[in-house]
Design a protein around this ligand. Sequence first.
Ligand SMILES: [Mg+2]
Length: 254
Amino acid sequence: MSAAPPLAACLRPVRAVVFDTDGVLLDSAGLHAAAWQQAFDACLTAAGEARPFDPVADYLRHVDGRSRLDGAAAFLASRGLALPPGARDDPPGTGTVAAVAARKEQAFTALLREGGAAPWPDSVRLLHALRAAGVPCAAVSASRHATELLSGAGLLGLFAVVVDGRVAARLGLSGKPDPALFIEAARRLAVPPREAAVVEDAEVGVEAGRRGGFALVVGVDRSGAQGHAAALRRRGADVVVDDLGDLLVPGAAP
Ligand SMILES: [Mg+2]
């Protein structure tokens, strides 16, 4: 008498599922975007640039899914701001890429303390259905905060494996669109990528899933931003959904 609904056909051949964390499992993209906005707008103002950071379009295009340093460098380059890279321990500021990244970290940590991030209900439902079907799951993130965020949202117990920014740093794994984080998660689940699925909301993450040779790459578009679903398909998503309930059999009992 399991209450979990059956999995949709596309997931049935899959032996493991690797989930991106921010924006897929947790409603944390808004927190990240707000923190980036504080860091970048200080920098843009200092450079005399009138156009502020766009927390939807610029976030999706330049920083979503990337490590903090890679994201800072990508956005600043998009506005023609050639800041020196700086050093990893630069204090928060506007003078180097590392200082801008540190400012984002400071702002994000403050936002986390104010309340953390909630889980997406459709993701929780899918995780329970996968557990009922005996499919092990991993959570992957470029963020060093991912494990803490998953724990705070009550999701940590649903994952056999978590590969977060701390693991990536320790193992020297490259960030997305390199598939190293996803491949490490599959390795820890003892399932080859060709028998596993990736669920991702960032363009660089979808590309990483494709490059990693995963059997199924699911793009998640909760942004409603024009063209984002098409961009996810172009980067290699086999299917794009706006609700992970679409990966369950329609009409089945919740
Ligand atoms: Mg994401």
